[in-house]
Ligand binder design. Structure first.
Ligand SMILES: Nc1ncnc2c1ncn2[C@@H]1O[C@H](COP(=O)(O)OP(=O)(O)OP(=O)(O)O)[C@@H](O)[C@H]1O
Length: 238
């Protein structure tokens, strides 16, 4: 795997700038965003600014556009209009390959389903996450994250051999492995009981704090809403 030195330099520069300042720099900025799916309705989104460490709920009715917004701010879906800045970078000014690397380095994604590669072990899933970010394989970092998420004993297991909770922890491990600036989670607690919801929420918040990431969570779940103060309302179809 090659190292994309340009982006590693950018990531280091952003981190040291943050360290030197008061930890309140803007980590996400969305302006004038609109999106229309082919043959779909036009979705328009209010502007959003999130500062470093300001964990944020994305709220809205079913079908209002929460998942669409998460995909836009993760660099997965180019908006029809507007700009998306994450960690100082205008996402959609990057060519596709560099956008993929930037996402791998600076954006951790967590969906309702873990989406681990089934034919690879937990360790290998983390290795490919490092590779996608254009970084060298770093087994020390993998061991560190597996230990933090209480998964060290499952490093060589395949996803099919994990419990649901272990699978979710592995998905969180993959999301934080490259020390992202933002952690984006789409309905991470849907269909979980109270005990597992509390455990996933605590893990997400703890990992965000420990890795210096800002958590962005789309949810309907009152249990999640009670834990995060900053909220952004998705308006709906225009
Ligand atoms: N691939 C697609 N093609 C066409 N329309 C789509 C597509 N994905 C989503 N939509 C439409 O875009 C709108 C927003 O969908 P989105 O999934 O972002 O909403 P949501 O707020 O996340 O909903 P929920 O809370 O039910 O998950 C909906 O009207 C949906 O039908």
């Amino acid at each position: 795997m090659h190292i994309c030195s340009e982006y590693l330099k950018l990531a280091k520069r952003n981190r040291s700038t943050t360290d030197m300042q008061d930890n309140k720099q803007t980590v996400i900025r969305l302006n004038d965003i609109a999106y229309r799916y082919p043959r779909g309705e036009s979705l328009q989104f209010a502007d959003l600014e999130v500062t470093n460490g300001q964990h944020t709920l994305i709220l809205g009715d079913s079908g209002s556009g929460k998942t669409t917004l998460l995909h836009i701010l993760s660099g997965l879906l180019k908006p029809e209009t507007g700009t998306v800045q994450v960690d100082g970078q205008q996402l959609y000014e990057l060519p596709a390959r560099k956008l993929d690397e930037f996402r791998g380095q600076r954006i951790g994604l967590i969906f309702q389903e873990a989406h681990l590669v089934k034919s690879l072990t937990v360790r290998e899933n983390l290795q490919i996450a490092q590779g996608f970010a254009g970084a060298k394989i770093n087994h020390d970092r993998i061991d560190e994250v597996l230990a933090l998420l209480n998964l060290a004993h499952k490093a060589n297991s395949y996803p099919g051999k994990l419990s649901r909770g272990q699978m979710q922890r592995a998905a969180i491990a993959r999301a934080v492995i490259n020390r992202p600036a933002i952690l984006v989670a789409d309905e991470p607690t849907a269909s979980l009981d109270d005990r597992n919801t509390e455990s996933v929420l605590s893990l997400l918040l703890t990992q965000a704090e420990q890795q210096g990431a800002t958590l962005v969570v789309a949810t309907h779940d009152k249990r999640v809403k009670s834990r995060i103060n900053h909220a952004y309302q998705v308006g709906g179809v225009v």
